[in-house]
Ligand binder design. Structure first.
Ligand code: PLP
Length: 395
């Protein structure tokens, strides 16, 4: 294998295509799929060179020592602006490995704002069994970070924009407070994608994605990634290896394919979501529209500073109870009722039925995740068709 395309600093679209790619002996235009679980050596000495780190080489796929895996990791690190990346079998696997690698029994995490329901469960139900406790604060309470951090706090974790309320958390302000106390800042950048937001540039220490969403982009793969400086990322590697959380090479190959079109997909989704949010804002049956690109949205000013686009996700509150809201959702024809987001096809969900179904109803209410809330993932259909679909469903 020769690295025929080491790429100097270039624009994001160019990096999405060329970063990490190596031409193999057959001259394929991008890294082929090496589905192999293991790799052979000419001698014991050659094997030991790889095992003992004197030479980068392929060894065993669960370790990540596989050319297809390495390619997608290099590409992801470059695109997110980090030195290193580790891919995982899911976004939840990436989160779990990060928490387990950087916290031990007796440690403490602070989680700011709304997060994906599975993340609530991991932090609130699973990690306490291992002696790792989490304090949850609302996004509007982020300024209280110094009060809630403890001497044993290791990580401040948040999404921005948040799921499903689209709340915008100020990354650099949180990073300043957390770093003052020697605490790591981990940002889930799934909703924004690297096209719209670069948390590492704004002070985050590690970035996590559910690549199942925008990075995969076609609703046909499940995976996760953690990206950041070499030492912080590499300290997560033993957790991934020993907990067996590796991404399959077929998935890594599909993911690299998807990353080549990331920028064009996300920019169109940004434009469509803006148009959809503006339509919803003017509708008499809608009580509230949550989209960082709306000038009157509370997070707009921070979003304008820390994002270069406002993303493809919109949520709104319908003027009706759970049943009436479900009826609107059921009348949609182009938005498919489904959990997940970020694909080419538009999706719709009532968070109380999917992503936040498991959350205590009182806690949901406290967070404004009301029965009438609907979350839209704007896909790549024509914006006018999506707006027409919403118009008929709301009629
Ligand atoms: N983070 C966010 C923002 C999500 O929406 C999700 C899943 O919906 C996850 C993490 C978990 O990702 P995965 O389903 O790939 O495990």
């Amino acid at each position: 294998m020769t690295d025929s395309r080491s790429v100097p600093a270039r624009g994001l679209s160019t990096r999405c295509i060329h970063a990490g790619e190596k031409m193999d002996a057959e001259g394929a235009v991008h890294m082929p799929l090496y589905n192999h679980s293991t790799f052979g050596f000419a001698s014991t000495e050659a094997l030991l060179d790889v095992v003992e780190g004197r030479r980068e080489g392929n060894l065993y796929t669960r370790y990540g020592m596989n050319p297809t895996i390495r390619t997608v990791e290099s590409k992801l690190a470059d695109v997110e602006g980090g030195a290193a990346a580790l891919v995982f079998s899911s976004g939840m696997a990436a989160e779990a490995a990060t928490f387990l690698a950087h916290c031990k029994a007796g440690d403490h995490i602070v989680c700011i704002g709304d997060v994906y329901g599975g993340t609530f469960e991991l932090l609130g139900d699973n990690l306490p069994n291992l002696g790792i406790e989490t304090t949850f604060i609302l996004g509007s309470e982020a300024h209280r970070l110094n009060e809630v951090m403890r001497p044993n706090t290791r990580i401040v974790f948040f999404e921005t924009p948040t799921n499903p309320s689209m709340e915008v958390i100020d990354i650099s302000a949180v990073a300043e407070a957390a770093h003052g106390a020697g605490v790591l800042v981990v940002v889930d950048n799934t909703f924004a994608s690297p096209v719209n937001q670069s948390p590492l540039e704004q002070g985050a220490d590690l970035v996590i994605h559910s690549v199942t969403k925008y990075l995969g982009g076609h609703s046909d793969l499940t995976g996760g990634v953690v990206i950041g400086p070499e030492a912080l990322v590499q300290s997560i590697w033993p957790s991934r290896k020993n907990l067996g959380q590796m991404m399959a090479p077929e998935v890594a190959f599909l993911l690299a394919r998807s990353l080549r079109t990331l920028v064009v997909r996300v920019r169109q989704q940004n434009a469509t979501a803006q148009a959809v949010a503006e339509f919803l804002q003017g509708h008499s049956k809608i009580l509230q529209v949550n989209y960082p690109g709306l000038g009157n949205f509370p997070g707009h000013a921070v979003a304008k500073r820390q994002m270069t686009g406002f993303g493809g996700m919109v949520s709104f509150v319908y003027d009706g109870d759970a049943g009436a809201t479900a009826a609107v959702v059921d009348r949609l024809k182009l938005f498919t009722i489904a959990a997940s987001l970020g694909g080419a096809e538009s999706l719709v969900t009532q968070p109380i039925t999917t992503t936040h179904h498991g959350l205590d109803p009182a806690e949901r209410a406290r967070r404004g995740i009301v029965d009438g809330m609907v979350r839209l993932s704007c896909g790549l259909e024509d914006a006018a068709d999506l707006i027409g679909d919403l118009e008929q469903a709301l009629r």
